[in-house]
Design a binder for this molecule. Structure first.
Ligand SMILES: [Zn+2]
Length: 91
């Protein structure tokens, strides 16, 4: 039988996961995105995105980092202004 503290941790993790948009903020990570033509290496560090594609090098943004922003939403800072977009924070 599982200890009651473990059961409480599992229950809390379920609640936290349901509230992930406001409880979790990524600070840095690396990711791979399967593009139509090849895979792309993406990094995120405190609001700054990098991608190994030509578009990101030229424009400072690309469809690959935009995709991760869409998927992670409030869990990352938005690239456009380097901080959370007011509409998303209710400010
Ligand atoms: Zn890219």
């Amino acid at each position: 039988m599982l200890p009651s503290s473990h059961i409480a941790d599992v229950e809390k993790s379920i609640r936290y996961a349901h509230e992930s948009d406001r409880r979790i903020v990524f600070t840095r990570f690396d990711a791979s995105l399967e593009g139509d033509h090849r895979d792309h290496a993406i990094s995120y560090d405190h609001g700054t995105w990098t991608c190994d594609c030509e578009g990101h090098e030229q424009n400072g943004t690309c469809s690959h980092t935009m995709t991760l922003e869409r998927v992670l939403r409030d869990m990352v800072q938005m690239e456009l202004v380097g901080e959370r977009v007011p509409a998303l924070t209710g400010a």
